[in-house]
Design a protein around this ligand. Structure first.
Ligand code: XUL
Length: 472
């Protein structure tokens, strides 16, 4: 059995796969720990600490650690034969940084996360030092983005130099969580490390020029980078003693998007997935790291050893919910509104930037309506969905992938009317991918792949994703 854990923005999820010889893996248990509801003493809203400054988004890393305890406690009382768990791998929201002092305490209480847009000045400084946006993208896979770890680290060094000085290790959420499991200092995988503007994308190693452009003495504060299928340790005895868990292998964690790539079965160039979650993302495998000339998307390393292209939109479910709530609708009413309005919406359009947007870059939240009466509920519903789908089509063209099929995943993919608009806008076949947490599933599949590889069997990825992630 293989355990996948996903530490996302709003919850920690766990999933156990049972792999029996010859048969495709079966999902035998799953569980989720919601941060706001089950850990209210941290005071988060949707997993984020309230902030006066709308450009600042942070979360308490101690909350993620406590969620891991709750999740493993639930696993202990699941009734599963825990001794069968051979390996554990994880997925985490990307870009968030965790700062530890030499004793393992937090040298920064709140971790900036991917929704933070407060580092434009630092982005400019790093970009200039790297020789411009294109040079930054060629080196690291992305131009310098506000939420990426590099500019966040630079801002911390500038604003709190003494605390930076006391910081012995800067983890991403993924390597922080893996460190807790093995009670040691976990490395990063290239997939998550490509979300930092610090890694040389073609070499899978830290880029000295980017480190120098970011903060002094940074290299010594970062984890090592190891291939995505690496077994990095065993489950620490504290967890084994507390919860009756076995000495399972710990596989290096990755980011939620690289894990979702595996969890949606995307291991060969041609198909893409659209995840409709807190953030909306469109992503797909790429054989070559073609970076985006207009600086829009990102190229990350894929767990398969190739690459993935991804474009991220901050106004995902949040924008849909704002519109839904504004007109007092439930999801059924939202669907009815889509059904009652024509494709193209009779020319009525909206720019739905309810929070600052990543793609295209909109630093200050603003919603604009064109030929659209704010009182017209149905047309406003269609306008937000058409705007989201049109933006996803326009801002993913840089990947140079001819989109044949779209696998739709994430919470809002349960809504058939939204998927209909997606198919209309892209002119592609859209299939709903019924696994709701593809990142968690991808983590469990990565655990299986790494365990086999550790045992000397290099299973092809097409075999790993067969059955679980194949289209119906
Ligand atoms: C990816 C990104 C988001 C987070 C959300 O670049 O910012 O998808 O990983 O979990």
């Amino acid at each position: 059995m293989y355990l996948g854990i996903d530490c996302s923005t709003q919850q920690l999820s766990l999933q156990v796969l049972s792999v029996d010889a010859g048969a495709p893996p079966r999902n035998v248990w799953q569980h989720a720990v919601n941060f706001d509801r089950e850990l209210p003493h941290y005071g988060t809203r949707h997993g984020v600490l309230p902030s006066q400054d709308p450009s600042v988004a942070a979360a308490p890393p101690a909350m993620w650690a406590e969620a891991l305890e709750l999740g493993l406690a639930a696993l202990a009382s699941s009734g599963l034969d825990l001794s069968r768990i051979a390996a554990i791998a994880g997925s985490a929201q990307q870009h968030g940084t965790v700062y530890l002092d030499a004793d393992g305490g937090f040298s920064r209480a709140a971790s900036p996360i991917w929704m933070d847009t407060s580092t434009s000045i630092e982005c400019g400084e790093i970009t200039a030092a790297l020789g411009g946006p294109d040079a930054a993208a060629q080196l690291t896979g992305s131009r310098v983005f506000e939420r990426f770890a590099g500019p966040q680290i630079r801002k911390f060094w500038k604003q709190a130099p003494a605390a930076y000085e006391r910081t012995a290790r800067i983890h991403l959420v993924s390597s922080f969580m893996a460190s807790l499991l093995m009670d040691g200092d976990a490395p990063l995988d290239p997939g998550d490390a490509s979300g930092m503007n610090l890694m040389n994308l073609r070499m899978n190693e830290w880029a000295p020029r980017a480190l120098d452009a970011t903060a002094p003495g940074l290299g010594g504060r970062l984890p090592r980078i190891v291939p995505s299928s690496t077994v990095i340790g065993v489950l620490a005895s504290t967890w084994r003693n507390r919860f009756g868990l076995p000495p399972a292998k710990i596989v290096v964690w990755s980011g939620d998007n690289p894990c979702s790539l595996i969890g949606t079965g995307l291991v060969e160039e041609g198909d893409v997935a659209i995840s409709l979650g807190t953030s909306d993302t469109i992503f797909g495998p790429m054989r070559e790291p073609r970076v985006s000339a207009d600086g829009i998307g990102h190229v990350f390393a894929s767990p398969t050893g190739e690459f993935m292209g991804i474009t991220v939109f901050a106004n995902g479910s949040l924008a849909r919910e704002r519109v839904r709530d504004r007109y007092g609708l439930d999801w059924e009413g939202f669907s009815a509104a889509l059904r009652s309005t024509p494709p193209g919406n009779g020319g009525a359009r909206m720019l739905p930037y309810f929070v600052p947007e990543i793609t295209p870059r909109v630093p200050v939240a603003r919603v604009e309506r064109f030929d659209l009466d704010e009182r017209d509920a149905a047309r406003n519903v269609r306008a937000v969905i058409e705007a989201q789908m049109t933006a996803m089509k326009k801002y993913s063209a840089w990947m140079g992938v001819e989109i044949r099929t779209i696998r739709a995943t994430g919470g809002a993919s349960a809504n058939a009317e939204i998927l209909k608009v997606m198919a209309e806008v892209f002119g592609a076949e859209v299939r709903r991918f019924t696994v709701t947490n593809s990142a968690c599933l991808g983590a469990a599949l990565r655990a299986w792949h790494a365990d086999e590889r550790h045992g000397g069997h290099d299973l092809p990825w097409t075999q790993i994703v067969r059955g679980v992630a194949e289209l119906p």
